[in-house]
Design a protein around this ligand. Structure first.
Ligand code: NAI
Length: 271
């Protein structure tokens, strides 16, 4: 859909990293913003910065794992702005560690935030987007880990692969309904952010991977550069957003190994 001044964007996980980059870019385009995060201080900081630049902002502490929190966010957004045009289901956390060593609580946290958080976002906002009967766009932040697999990243990978599938199904559903609501799935490689601070991995088998990820994320693509790529994809109504083309040969190799029924080979650390 064509992004225009005055449209309303809802962004979860807005207070840091990728979400913050999206918010700052959207503000420059003249969008009105609904910012959601569980980090009150980060939200306040971003909202202050954007309001000072003239942007209309609604900022609300929200835990995406809570459907009630997201419903309250939607109600507040509709009360203030009257509609929603863009929905960024972006909030997420990291977890390294061997599949069998992660605790039940660690698995549950990943599922609740990274996967159920997006399901909640869709359950709460899709009826509104569909009822509006006008173009809108949903962007789900998955990861390259939604397309590739790495050792010692099971919980994160499981949630991100599920998000890619969920997004693809949603796209098919919008097409089947003839709906003007578009869908994109964002699958970035390393982007500079604070995500490794959310990793509860310790000294176990995932520690080495954690160190590699930490470094590649520190040197990752700046979030403002990523935001430009994402907004261009929205304008083009493009489903797949793969901002790191250098990972495409690994994706091609994985697809070929599935078709050839040869065993998976881990080529490189991905996020
Ligand atoms: P970040 O840690 O800098 O930002 C994530 C934000 O989400 C934080 O402000 C955090 O407070 C918020 N958040 C976490 N749990 C939440 C919850 N339950 N409810 C509401 N807000 C919550 O990390 P980053 O990297 O910006 O992550 C954003 C998304 O991008 C995540 O889904 C992540 O998996 C994904 N991603 C990140 C990559 C990277 O290299 N940084 C690469 C691929 C995907």
């Amino acid at each position: 859909m064509s992004v225009r001044q005055g449209q309303v964007a809802v962004i979860t996980g807005a207070a840091s990293g990728i979400g913050r980059g999206m918010a700052e870019h959207a503000a420059k385009l003249g969008l009105r913003l609904v910012l959601a995060d569980r980090d009150q201080a980060g939200l306040d900081d971003l909202a202050g910065e954007l309001r000072a630049s003239g942007c209309e902002v609604l900022a609300r502490v929200t835990d995406v794992a809570s459907e009630a929190d997201l419903a309250a966010l939607r109600d507040a957004a509709l009360a203030q702005f009257g509609g929603v045009d863009l929905l960024f289901n972006n909030a997420g956390v990291m977890q390294t560690g061997a599949s069998w060593e992660l605790s039940a609580a660690q698995w549950q946290r990943m599922l609740d935030i990274n996967l159920v958080g997006v399901i909640n976002g869709l359950r709460v906002f899709m009826p509104t987007l569909l009822a509006q009967g006008r173009p809108a766009h949903v962007i789900n932040t998955a990861s390259l880990a939604g397309l590739l697999t790495s050792p010692f990243l099971a919980a994160y990978t499981v949630t991100k692969q599920a998000l890619v599938a969920l997004s693809e199904v949603l796209h098919h559903e919008m097409v089947a309904l003839g709906s003007p609501v578009g869908v994109s799935v964002l699958c970035p490689g390393p982007v500079a952010s604070r995500i490794m601070a959310s990793d509860q991995g310790g000294e176990g088998a995932g520690a080495a991977l954690g160190a590699v990820l930490e470094q590649s994320i520190r040197q990752g693509m700046p979030a403002d550069e990523l935001a430009q790529i994402v907004f261009q994809a929205i304008d083009e109504k493009r489903f797949w957003i793969l901002p790191h083309p250098d990972f495409k040969p690994a994706l091609q190799a994985r697809t070929q190994s599935i078709l050839d029924e040869t065993n998976p080979v881990f080529l490189m650390a991905d996020v």
